[in-house]
Design a protein around this ligand. Structure first.
Ligand code: CTP
Ligand code: MG
Ligand code: K
Length: 185
C-alpha cells in the first residue's frame, strides 16, 4: 500500500509543474494573440485563445511551482510516510521543460483544432486532455533527458496517462463553474 501511495504521489508530483501552467494561463490570458491574427487556409493559425501573456505567465508559474515543490519535498514526503527520493526534485531545465512544454502542447493542439475546422473553444476529446502531457514530457526530454528518463518510469507514466484526463476534466469543470473558463473542457 505504501508502495502504491509512493507511486501515485511521485507520478503526480513530477507532473505538477506541467499541470498548473494551463490553469494559470486561463486566469492570466488576454492581450495579443500569438498568431497576431494571421490565418492559414482561411482559418486562424492558433486563434485568440493562445496569447503571449497567458503563455509567459503559465510558464513562469509552472517553474515557480517546481521551486515550491522542491522546498516542500522533505516535509511532504515525511507526511505521506514515503522514503526520501520517492517525490522527485526538479533541476531548472526540467522545471522549465515541463512548464513551457505544457503550454506548447496546448498551443499545438489549438493549431490542430483550427486545421480541422474547430473554432476557438471547441472541444477535441483526448487531444484536450493529453496535449500538454505530450508537450511537457517532450520538452523535458529535450532539455533534461537524463532526469526525464529516470523520473518517468513506465509505472509512473501509466499513472500519469490514467490520472491526467481525470484531473483535467475535474479541474476544468470547476474552472467553468466558478466562471474562470468559458467551456467546461
Ligand atoms: N490562454 C492564453 N494563452 C495560452 C493558453 C490559454 O491566454 N497559451 C487563455 C485564453 O484566455 C484562453 C483560455 O486561457 O481562452 C482557455 O484556454 P484554452 O481552453 O486552452 O483555450 P480556448 O479559448 O478554448 O481556445 P482553443 O480552442 O484554441 O483551445
Ligand atoms: Mg478551451
Ligand atoms: K486547451
Amino acid at each position: 500500500m505504501a508502495g502504491l501511495v509512493g507511486l501515485v504521489a511521485g507520478a503526480l508530483w513530477a507532473m505538477l509543474p506541467a499541470y498548473v501552467p494551463n490553469n494559470a494561463a486561463v486566469l492570466a490570458g488576454g492581450g495579443a494573440p500569438i498568431d497576431g491574427g494571421r490565418t492559414w487556409g482561411g482559418r486562424r493559425v492558433l486563434g485568440d485563445g493562445k496569447t503571449w501573456r497567458g503563455t509567459a505567465v503559465g510558464t513562469l508559474v509552472g517553474v515557480a511551482v517546481a521551486l515550491v515543490l522542491d522546498a516542500a519535498n522533505p516535509t511532504v514526503a515525511d507526511a505521506l510516510g514515503v522514503d526520501a527520493g520517492v517525490l522527485p526534485l526538479f533541476p531548472l531545465p526540467a522545471a522549465f521543460g515541463l512548464a513551457l512544454g505544457a503550454m506548447l502542447g496546448d498551443i499545438g493542439a489549438s493549431f490542430l483544432k483550427r486545421r480541422s475546422g474547430r473554432e476557438r473553444g471547441a472541444s477535441f476529446p483526448v487531444l484536450d486532455q493529453l496535449d500538454f502531457v505530450v508537450g511537457a514530457l517532450g520538452l523535458s526530454l529535450v532539455l533534461a533527458p537524463g532526469w526525464t528518463l529516470a523520473t518517468f518510469t513506465p509505472e509512473r507514466l501509466l499513472v500519469v496517462l490514467v490520472a491526467t484526463p481525470v484531473l483535467h476534466v475535474v479541474t476544468n469543470v470547476i474552472a467553468y463553474l466558478i466562471g474562470a473558463k468559458n467551456e467546461p473542457w
